[in-house]
Design a protein around this ligand. Structure first.
Ligand SMILES: Cc1cc2nc3c(=O)[nH]c(=O)nc-3n(C[C@H](O)[C@H](O)[C@H](O)COP(=O)(O)O)c2cc1C
Length: 344
């Protein structure tokens, strides 16, 4: 994705970030459209212009690599508290910290690490610590609606304090050389995303917008007209997010000028094959997906039984899914969990 903002001359290494990433990508979607030369993403070799959304308790390294193999260009880690990173580094305990699991990355992983907080100095410091890891860039969460986050003046609450928002972005921009992005909502209680964009575009390489207010949570539908308006005024690429369930839909939105790239979240755990352009998934295919995930999980996340259970609960397509979802929660052993697939 191209940033029209000249302040970020340091960010040269993003160009090739995804160039050799899709060797395993057998996707038959046609999201890759060479005719859309006006699209700001072309410069960065983001082939399909499809990003995997950050999702807490879901998008660990195994999940992200699976999505990348299926064809997404870029992924995001689960959100990570900036103060925890700074404290862990001061105590030289980053490696041992419980956040370590969320910070795992490797060469195959093409991921931004997402952080959140309410203090510009701490966020900037955390970004500079994490920049040394193998991530493509840093993303700052300014969209999380969860009460415990908002109460702490973090996440979407920052949208109500534009001075703090600018301080966070400017200090973080100055603290790192890698690409910087921000993920926002349309506003907290009232829309102010156009004001936010005018500030954010001075500092970030792209802006992701989940087109709902904080007060909406996940209710209603995402307002894609707002995303189109955002793109029309933004100097940096806009990544549109909310309710997209197929590559066809994502491609249409990009082609019709709503956004420069599309980020997809929830539909990915219902059917990761959507990234290959397959909107329907059979029981057999869902089992294959689970096996693929399981192989990655054994390699990278074997201590995180919750995520294995979650993947099965949402991905497996069987008539008795409600029973499976209940039963699987009692199991702690991976073999027992995988054996359950035979029963259902
Ligand atoms: C379980 C879950 C966890 C999420 N965690 C995060 C997160 O850590 N950081 C973030 O910016 N957004 C998070 N989100 C929001 C998603 O990134 C995305 O904006 C939202 O789900 C809308 O996109 P979708 O309709 O494609 O799912 C989360 C969403 C869900 C459902």
């Amino acid at each position: 994705m191209e940033n029209n903002n000249n302040n970020n001359n340091n960010n040269t290494n993003y160009n090739n970030a995804n160039s050799d990433n899709n060797n395993n990508n057998t996707n038959n979607n046609s999201a890759n459209n060479n005719n859309d030369n006006n699209n700001k993403c072309n410069k960065y070799n983001i082939k399909n212009k499809i990003l995997l959304a950050p999702m807490e308790d879901i998008t660990n390294i195994s999940y992200r690599i699976l999505a990348l193999r299926k064809g997404v260009d870029l992924t995001f880690t689960e959100m990570i508290p900036a103060d925890f990173i700074v404290k862990a580094e001061m105590e030289k305990s980053l490696i041992q910290s419980k956040i370590y699991e969320k910070l795992k990355t490797n060469k195959e992983d093409k991921s931004f690490v997402q952080i959140f907080g309410n203090d510009a100095n701490i966020i900037a410091k955390a970004a500079s610590i994490l920049e040394k890891e193998d991530f493509e860039g840093i993303d700052i969460n300014m969209g999380c609606p969860a009460l415990k986050i908002v109460k702490n003046n973090s996440g979407s609450k920052i949208l109500t304090n534009l001075e703090l928002l600018e301080e966070i972005l400017s200090k973080t921009r100055n603290a790192i050389k890698k690409p910087l992005s921000v993920k926002i909502r349309l506003g907290f209680e009232e829309e102010n995303y156009l004001d936010v964009i005018k500030i954010a575009e001075k500092y970030v390489d792209f802006i992701t917008i989940h087109a709902r207010l904080r007060t909406q949570g996940y209710s209603g539908t995402a307002d894609w007209d707002a995303i189109k308006k955002a793109k029309s005024i933004s100097k940096v690429p806009i990544v549109g997010n909310g309710d997209v369930k197929s590559i066809e839909d994502a491609k249409k939105k990009i082609k019709e000028g709503y956004c420069d790239a599309v980020m997809i979240g929830r539909e990915s755990y219902r059917n990761m094959n959507l990234f290959e352009g397959k909107n329907q998934i059979t029981k057999e295919e869902s089992k294959e997906l689970i096996m693929e995930y399981y192989e990655l999980w054994k390699k990278y996340s074997p201590d995180d039984i919750f995520k294995l259970r979650f993947f099965i609960q949402w991905t497996y397509k069987t008539k008795n899914i409600k029973d499976l979802r209940r039963e699987i929660n009692f199991l702690k052993d991976e073999k027992e969990i995988m054996n359950l697939l035979e029963k259902y």
